[in-house]
Structures are given as structure tokens and as C-alpha cells.
Design a protein around this ligand. Structure first.
Ligand code: BT5
Length: 244
């Protein structure tokens, strides 16, 4: 069976952000399934204007997809799954922290930033993935050193970023197909199996304020369901989660 992703891998040394490079090339060198990879980023981005520190040694890539605006939140969620699967393949029992942080023992080891953009009469989704594979922790700024970890710091092993990427893209292809085929119940179940947020007491900061409760499930649309102290189910579609 042919894979949808990758169609072609475009490699760069240093870029500002692989998501920005992908957007510049959309519809030209970058088509659906093209993957942009860089050795390092000088202005790597997280969500809500936050930074993603991207020293050499880490894996920084963006996958170019086509979709519609509705598909962005779901893709944002499912993109963490291949990262967890690849880390587990290399012996780090990582999990997902809803929506798409990849963590190991409460320390962040990877992150996902999916952005939708109209270009050349089409809607594109650029799925940016950053993984601290061979990042020495002392190459990260002090403010994140205590909350971050890397595959190398956990295992002492230096992985080949090319092999890691290849494995991750194979897993990505499977979840992407499932997303497109509409098998959302199955995806939500697979997502929950990798997600350590379920059954935890959490607080989610949303645009409308903070919500607290015990995380009980993730819906097929990707929302997190909390049970608050009064026993009411509250659905949160987006936000930044902290464990209580
Ligand atoms: C994310 O944002 O976790 C999304 C990160 C996506 C990065 C990829 S790399 C390829 C592509 N190109 C880009 O420009 N971005 C994508 P968020 O959930 O907002 O988390 C950001 C927070 O994580 C920061 O405020 C820091 O606290 C922390 N952080 C930054 N760099 C980190 C690192 N290398 N390792 C661990 N934590 C980090």
C-alpha cells in the first residue's frame, strides 16, 4: 500500500521554523505529504506565541497536509500519537498529556503545533512536530531545563534522527488514514490508550476561564471531558492543562 506521508522529504540546515518554511513552499515545492525537516530552528514556535527551543540534536519537522478548518483540532491531537509510538520503540515509555504534549515522567519531550492556512485556493494543514531526541538538556534555556527531557538524557542512547523520523512517519501515516476515513471512535480509543491525563485531577485554562475536575475521556472530536466536583460532565475543546 502506498503511503500518503511522506511524499518527499525536504531537508534544511537551519530555518526559523519548519512550519514557516512549509507555508512558504505550499502548492509549489511542498505538496500534500511533503515533509520539511531541519537540523535546528532559530525561531521555533509553540502554541499561543510560545517558543519551542530547537538546538541541534533534536528532530524538527513539518508535515504538509490538506484538509478543512474543521480537521485542524483533531489533527492537532492525533499528531502526538506517532511521536509517543516512536519514543516507545526507542524504549522511552512516553505518554500524551492532552491535548498534544508528549511527556515522560511529567517532563516534556515533544510537542505539536498544527496550523491551518489558505493558499492557492486550497486549505492546508501544516503539522509541526518537535522531539527532543539527542538534545543535551544543558543546551536548553534554564527555564525549561527542569521541565524538559530528551531521549538521550533518559536512555543514554543517541538515535539516528533519520530512523526516528522514518518510524514516526510510518505511524503518522496510519493515524492520518484513520482520520481521513472517519474512524474517529477508534482514534479516540487509541489516543486514550496513550494518554496519561485520563483519571487525573486537572485544571484547564481556556479562553473562557479555568475549569477543574477529573479527566474522564476524550471524545471522538478530540475534546477532553472532565467530571467536576458537583459530578457534572464538562467538555473542553481547547486549553492549556495542568495536573493538580
Ligand atoms: C508545543 O507548544 O509544544 C508545540 C511545539 C511544536 C514544535 C515544532 S518543531 C517543528 C515545528 N516548527 C515550529 O516552529 N514548531 C513546530 P506549547 O504546548 O505551547 O509548549 C511550549 C512550551 O514548551 C514553552 O513555553 C516551554 O515551556 C516548553 N518548551 C520549549 N521548548 C522546549 C523543548 N525543546 N523541550 C521541552 N519543552 C520545551
Amino acid at each position: 500500500m502506498d503511503t500518503l506521508v511522506p511524499r518527499e522529504i525536504l531537508r534544511f540546515d537551519a530555518v526559523e521554523s519548519t512550519n514557516d518554511t512549509a507555508k512558504e513552499l505550499l502548492g509549489e515545492r511542498a505538496q500534500e505529504g511533503t515533509v520539511i525537516v531541519a537540523e535546528r530552528q532559530v525561531a521555533g514556535r509553540g502554541r499561543h506565541g510560545r517558543a519551542w527551543f530547537s538546538p541541534p540534536g533534536g528532530l524538527y519537522c513539518s508535515i504538509v497536509l490538506k484538509g478543512d478548518e474543521k480537521s485542524v483540532p483533531l489533527l492537532n491531537l492525533v499528531c502526538g500519537m506517532p511521536v509517543v509510538k516512536a519514543l516507545r520503540h526507542w524504549s522511552v515509555l512516553a505518554t500524551l498529556k492532552w491535548p498534544n504534549d508528549v511527556v515522560f515522567r511529567n517532563r516534556k519531550i515533544g510537542g505539536v503545533l498544527c496550523e491551518g492556512v489558505y493558499r492557492h485556493d486550497a486549505f492546508w494543514v501544516v503539522a509541526g512536530i518537535g522531539v527532543n531526541t539527542n538534545v543535551p538538556l544543558d543546551r536548553l534555556p534554564e527555564e525549561v531545563r527542569v521541565t524538559a527531557t530528551s531521549l538521550k538524557a533518559e536512555t543514554g542512547i543517541e538515535v539516528s534522527n533519520d530512523e526516528f523520523l522514518e518510524y514516526m512517519l510510518r505511524e503518522f501515516d496510519k493515524v492520518y488514514r484513520a482520520t481521513r476515513s472517519g474512524a474517529r471512535n477508534v482514534l479516540a480509543r487509541d489516543y486514550m490508550a496513550l494518554c496519561s491525563t485520563i483519571r487525573q485531577k486537572v485544571e484547564v485554562a481556556t479562553a473562557k476561564g479555568k475549569v477543574r475536575g477529573t479527566a474522564v475521556e476524550v471524545t471522538p472530536a478530540g475534546a477532553l471531558v472532565l467530571m467536576d466536583e458537583a459530578g457534572t460532565r464538562v467538555e473542553v475543546a481547547e486549553g492549556t492543562l495542568s495536573l493538580l
